[in-house]
Design a protein around this ligand. Structure first.
Ligand code: BGC
Length: 711
């Protein structure tokens, strides 16, 4: 198919617009939740010319599309779905590690592959659009949606976000295997007060530009087709009504040329939850004028928009602009020529796709403590696998699967293939002639069936205990923020009882976010974070435990020691009085960037060329086996007119080295990497001294540094 040139595209958009009635324009702006309306209502919306439906699959989608194509103008419907870590609301699809888990790989090419595989499967389901990636930052770990983020750092989130967008959208949106991506939630959603989902955001526009905008800028530069408006508010203005953030910054300044979709019922929320509009007409007026092009689920917007234009309160040109933005994407996707994507028949959970999920899971397992117990080596004949998350596929998957949001499998029956940690351990132990003794011990949530004695009995006499703790789907997602980030139920008690056996314990955290586990880390011989590792999360952890895989994950997010310490993100602004708490150190339990290997890497010969903004150093694998190290480059502006972070990530690269091998690593930075945002919101580079540091984590002791002067 020949893609329209920009001029042809505009001609087609104009021609369509000129033929659309006011009602058709208002309908084109609507996105209807299929499962919230009756079939008749859905068909009525399609006949009215609704622009989009969400969460509809297969024949239902085909029926709606047919109805839309039979309308006067035959504008095709765009079908959207939350394919957040794989097309996971469909139980036949490949399920990947969560964004947070996958981010531990620090491997953009694997994340791109995750996007590509997801796109292929979504397209094969006849759908066009995923509401992914989440580019919010996971800085307040009380927030329920930390699992959906790429972690706490703007640069890492931007790099991985751009990678997954490339994967989803491919080279061309009209490709049969490409789908539209959606950068969300614009903006600062994760920065809500108290970690409380959808509340006001503790953010100014300066801070927004400094910290939260960069990943979205990266997404726009990567050509993201759509952006979703966040639920929150900035300085008293809901983002839904913020012309400055949507129109001035996103569209005009960043040059975003796709369309903006609101989040769920944002327009109605201006009336019912945020109380800045007296009625729906007023809310619709605010939302339309602010630059929202498509309205998710607030059905009353349709009537309101028509009324507002007819009464002269809203200019029809506002609707024209919104509809043009939507039509442009539909045209670029080739939907007018071919309304249903074909994808790649037979690709659902095919060997190639499953392998992509496994490879990402392997690179995402993060070893955070090891006194030498790992990798397990002979003579080990009996291994205890204990804990509530050792054999629970729901906990391993986390949010946004057919368990939490069933679209195609209302029965929520686990579908193979997948491998839990217990299954992975059994497979590996079998190869080594070791026996597995399994007992869950307790539930993640308190449960009458909790049986700590049983777990102790199972573990007694074993050579090592693999203990899988964490959280469950009921503790993660929207409406599921946590005030207390310690382990729930009897998990900590289970651990303490097990320590009484004097058997080395390897604790594995299978969770949606960092939990506060200082005592567990202190009392364990080894500690691994796996987060929600997808279909093969359990296999990947077992492979690391047995040393089949040399771990290479690094934390994309810091671990607090205690809920009261939150937030503990590494790129804080400098302050006074050092260790603030009288009862705890200020440092996190584990810092951003941390992660061990079974080999050892050293950094030396750090040199910079200030004129070329380049930095080079030697990275050496000093240990006895091949492995991968993610080299991280941090920058500090030593004197700046506004507070600058104590350090911030500006570059990284995952490097594979054989035992004994060394390599010179070179990073070319850009002048804008040295910039900051002034109180008047301008981004500038202030000449002066900067410190550049490289190393294997964000911790001072893991970094070597050099100071440069920038003119
Ligand atoms: C979430 C979005 C999601 C949308 C559609 C909202 O509640 O905040 O992230 O894409 O629902 O399911």
């Amino acid at each position: 198919m020949v893609q329209n040139t920009a001029a042809e595209l505009e001609t087609r958009v104009k021609s369509l617009l000129s033929r659309m009635t006011l009602a058709e324009k208002a309908a084109q702006m609507m996105q209807i939740p299929f499962f919230m309306v009756t079939r008749e209502e859905a068909l009525l919306w399609a006949r009215r010319g609704a622009g989009s439906f969400l969460h509809v699959l297969g024949d239902d989608a085909r029926e709606l599309q047919k109805a839309a194509l039979e309308t006067r103008l035959g504008i095709p419907v765009l079908f959207g779905i939350d394919a957040i870590h794989g097309h996971a609301l469909n139980d036949r699809a490949t399920i990947f590690p969560s964004q947070l888990s996958g981010a531990c790989s620090w491997n953009p090419s694997l994340i791109e592959e995750m996007g590509r595989v997801t796109a292929r499967e979504v397209a094969t389901d006849g759908l066009h659009w995923t509401f992914s990636p989440v580019l919010c930052l996971g800085r307040d770990t009380r927030w329920g949606r930390i699992d959906e983020t790429f972690g706490e750092d703007p640069f890492l989130a931007g790099e991985l976000g751009a990678a997954i967008i490339r994967g989803y959208q491919g080279d061309r949106l009209d490709d049969d295997e490409s789908i539209a991506a959606c950068a969300k939630h614009y903006i600062g959603y994760g920065e809500a007060v108290g970690g409380r989902d959808a509340c006001d955001t503790e953010m100014t526009f300066r801070k927004m530009r400094e910290v939260f905008l960069p990943p979205f800028r990266r997404a726009v530069d990567a050509g993201v087709a759509t952006v979703m408006t966040a639920y929150g508010s900035i300085d008293g203005t809901p983002f839904t009504a913020s012309e400055k953030s949507l129109k001035s910054i996103l569209k005009e300044e960043l040059g975003f040329d796709g369309f903006v979709v609101t989040d769920w019922d944002n327009v109605n929320s201006l009336v019912s939850r945020q109380h800045v509009a007296a009625d729906l007409d007023e809310a619709s007026l605010l939302a339309a004028n602010a630059g929202n092009d498509m309205i998710m689920t607030t059905e009353a917007f349709y009537e309101s928009a028509i009324r507002l234009v007819e009464s002269g309160r809203l200019s029809e040109r506002v609707l024209d602009t919104a509809v043009a933005n939507i039509l442009r994407i539909k045209l670029r996707m080739g939907l007018f020529e071919r309304p249903e994507k074909r994808g790649k028949p037979g690709c659902f959970a095919c060997a190639e796709h499953l392998d992509a999920s496994l490879r990402l899971a392997r690179e995402s397992v993060t070893l955070l403590k090891n006194d030498g117990v790992l990798p397990l080596s002979k003579p080990i004949s009996r291994i205890a696998v204990i804990g509530p998350n050792a054999d629970d596929i729901r906990a391993q998957y986390g949010d946004w699967t057919y368990f939490s949001q069933p679209v195609a499998n209302p029965g929520r029956t686990p579908q193979r293939p997948y491998t839990t940690l217990l299954e992975g351990m059994r497979a590996r132990a079998g190869e080594q002639g070791a026996t597995i003794c399994y007992h869950p011990g307790c539930g993640v949530l308190p449960d009458p069936a909790d049986d700590l004695d049983g777990a102790l009995e199972a573990a007694r006499g074993c050579d090592v205990i693999i203990l899988a703790l964490g959280d469950v789907e009921e503790q993660t997602g929207e409406f599921k923020d946590r005030a207390d980030l310690s382990l729930s139920g009897k998990q900590e008690e289970l651990f303490l009882r097990l320590t009484g056996l004097n058997i080395p314990i390897v604790t594995v955290l299978i969770s949606s976010k960092p939990l506060c586990v200082p005592r567990i880390v202190a009392g364990s011989s080894a500690f691994l974070a796996a987060f929600n590792g997808g279909m093969f999360g359990g296999q990947a952890i077992a492979e690391v435990i047995f040393g089949r895989i040399n771990p290479s994950g690094k934390l994309p997010i810091s671990f607090p020691r205690h809920s009261g310490q939150v937030p503990v993100y590494y790129n804080q602004l400098p302050g006074w009085h050092g260790d603030k708490y009288v009862d705890l150190p200020e440092t996190p339990l584990f810092s951003f960037g941390e992660g061990l290997s079974y080999t050892r890497f050293t950094y030396s010969d750090l040199r910079v060329d200030a004129d070329a903004y380049s930095i080079r150093f030697t990275l050496k694998n000093e240990g006895g086996r091949a492995g991968a190290e993610t080299a991280q480059v941090y920058l500090r502006d030593l004197v700046s007119s506004v507070l600058s972070p104590v350090k911030r990530l500006v570059a990284f690269q995952k490097v594979w080295l054989e035992a004994g091998e060394s390599r010179e690593v070179v990073f070319a930075l850009r002048r804008e990497d040295f910039s900051l945002v002034l109180p008047d919101e301008r981004r500038v580079v202030e000449p002066g001294e900067f410190m550049l540091s490289v190393g294997g984590s964000s911790k001072d002791e893991d970094l070597i540094s050099v100071t440069i002067y920038l003119r």
